[in-house]
Design a binder for this molecule. Sequence first.
Ligand code: GDP
Length: 301
Amino acid sequence: LQRLRARLARSNTAIGNALLALLSRGGLGEEDWEEVEDTLLASDLGVEATEELVASLRRQVAVDGTSDPVQVKQWLHDDLLALVDPSMDRRIAASRTDGLPAVILVVGVNGTGKTTTVGKLARVLVAEDKDVLLGAADTFRAAAADQLQTWGERVGVPAVRSDQEGADPASVAYEATKAGIEMESDVVIVDTAGRLHTKRGLMDELGKIKRVVEKLAPVGEVLLVLDATTGQNGMRQAEEFAREVAITGIVLTKMDGTAKGGIVVNVQRKLGVPVKLIGLGEGPDDLAPFDPEAFVSAIVG
Ligand code: GDP
């Protein structure tokens, strides 16, 4: 976890340093505040949150009349933390209820890191002593089931797949859930397809997967995987998914390669659901629970 924190800090301190340098300058003029705004916007915090944050900082600087770096840093820290909203419930529902496994559906556009996230999440849950089973319902992409199976072997958990390319994803999800019930798994994680060129088809398919699975066991989580480096484009995708399926949490991947950590705040506000996990690399251990305090500290230092 320490290592992951360091990785997050590396990509985000640039923005924190720029802000603190500006804010500690003293006698801030209009152009300085604009620069603060630009820096925040560059982190993908979004227009609304940026305006709120700048207004709050301006107020505090005006009232206090100080530009003491320690004080400014504290304000920035507290305001950012409030925006990230530590009160949101970020736990992953992964326990059996009424003798049935919890099912987690993982959705998102191809290339965002969906399959990798399923593998990494399995590892996190196995480390918590959970019995995990994977379902490869991304039957559209030929390599996806192989990729998931490899993750399963790596993490030491079984994977249910269809050997038929183009098989019905809902039926694979159903079979995986059935296997999870028979094996008395704690949790079944289902990887889904994310092709975008037939959007209607994709959304219908996700709805069908959920309905079919729910005939057997409750779907405890629908996690939306988003690539943190894709900015506005990613935000639009997120909103489209959220309109069609009830998302319970967001996974932001590739946070290791971007200083655009502000997207956490932006996406939470737009979707009204918490960021629960962040991806910080391609390796099996590079997934961490999203910790608001650690995140803000990584930015502000
Ligand atoms: P899918 O099409 O959404 O299932 O995406 P994949 O799981 O196949 O991942 C696409 C690429 O993103 C792969 O090369 C992954 O290794 C990479 N990837 C996934 N998560 C992360 C992350 O958190 N950080 C980095 N740097 N790369 C990631």
